[in-house]
Design a protein around this ligand. Structure first.
Ligand SMILES: Cc1cc2nc3c(=O)[nH]c(=O)nc-3n(C[C@H](O)[C@H](O)[C@H](O)COP(=O)(O)OP(=O)(O)OC[C@H]3O[C@@H](n4cnc5c(N)ncnc54)[C@H](O)[C@@H]3O)c2cc1C
Length: 312
């Protein structure tokens, strides 16, 4: 670790890096241990340089966006955690917007609405950043973010750059090629429709926010859905049941179940909540309890939507 600290401090200055940096406050679950080294690059050049420095020091690299889909181990994350900050949104022609990885989805929604670009307004209220949304192909109702993507600027683990058109991103339910390749999102170009009335777009955004408030437990720290919904093509869903992870957990009798400071939400059984005292281990135990109960009761193996970082 000290080789990484020395190399990062040499490259960026000691004041730009944080050693043994608490990660829990940087996540929506508010649990987990520290990063060996945390670095917050403000542009692509810094991201590339940090990647090179970590490689030369033989340290693993983990990306962190808004921390809204991760469960970080109580033991933390080894090596370098890169959390991009800042960035811009720009119009490219009149039908594309380009957003840097660190831009929040909510910031992007506001930017497009204010300029009368339609396409992203219904995504209001989605936590996290553009980078995280592309990584897991974030979804809202029947749309995936990948459906709106024209291309993605990527940084490969070997430090080379690549512009991937949407059809090379392997977007699928909760999936993009980044889960396979370890590539880093630098920016994304998204398709929009110009010339819309901002007031009308704002109305759609407000409806989304209201729907979220009604259907999601937003009162306690969570990380959104823990499990992917089962796939009727490969999972045998019991007759008369929706292919929904939340419904299966509910029918297995675990809605509202508690383990130490971790709880299965009574509003939405695929949301797990931290009462303020939970550890990552508590949440993980409850996750595995639900997975086992659903497997035992219905024969369906729930797959993680949540990304676990660090050792469990
Ligand atoms: C209350 C609540 C509601 C939610 N509702 C939804 C919803 O409606 N739909 C939905 O899809 N999700 C939802 N989520 C989950 C979460 O908001 C999304 O998955 C979001 O896209 C994650 O983005 P992030 O920036 O927070 O990523 P993080 O949680 O920080 O990271 C997730 C993964 O992306 C990787 N990553 C982050 N940035 C980059 C980058 N630049 N390059 C490469 N990899 C990167 C990380 O390494 C990690 O593996 C919700 C979460 C909460 C807390």
């Amino acid at each position: 670790m000290s080789a990484l600290v020395t190399a990062m401090a040499g490259a960026f200055g000691a004041d730009r890096i944080k050693v043994d940096a608490p990660l829990a406050p940087l996540t929506t679950f508010k649990v987990g241990g520290p990063a060996d080294v945390l670095f917050e690059p403000v542009n692509s050049d810094e991201m590339l340089r940090a990647l090179q420095v970590a490689r030369a020091a033989g340290a693993p690299v983990t990306m962190l966006g808004g921390g809204s889909n991760v469960l970080i181990s109580d033991r933390g994350v080894r090596g370098l955690v890169i959390r991009p900050r800042g960035g811009d949104v720009n119009a490219v022609g009149d039908r594309l917007v380009r957003a840097d990885a660190a831009i929040t989805i909510n910031g992007l929604v506001r930017w497009t609405i204010n300029r009368g670009y339609a396409g992203l307004e219904a995504w209001a209220g989605t936590p996290g950043t553009v980078g995280g949304a592309i990584f897991g192909n974030a979804h809202w109702k029947k749309t995936n973010i990948g459906d709106l993507v024209e291309s993605v600027r990527l940084l490969r683990p070997d430090g080379t750059l690549l512009q991937a058109p949407a059809d090379r991103m392997e977007f699928d339910y909760d999936y993009s090629r980044l889960k396979r390749t370890g590539e880093i999102v630098l920016w994304v170009a998204l398709r929009v429709t110009p010339g819309s009335d901002p007031a009308a777009l704002r109305l759609v955004a407000r409806e989304s926010l209201a729907f979220r408030k009604q259907t999601q437990p937003l009162e306690s720290p969570s990380a959104g859905c823990i499990f992917m919904n089962p796939d009727p093509a490969q999972d045998r869903i019991p007759d008369g049941m929706a292919p929904s992870a939340g419904a299966l957990i509910d029918r297995a009798g675990l809605k509202g179940a508690v383990h130490a400071g971790a709880r299965v939400s009574s509003t939405h059984a695929n949301f797990f909540l931290n009462d303020g005292t939970a550890t990552a281990a508590d949440l993980k135990t409850l996750i595995e309890q639900c997975r086992s109960a659903v497997k035992e009761r219905f024969g369906v193996t729930l797959r993680d939507e949540i990304i676990c970082l660090g050792e469990f």
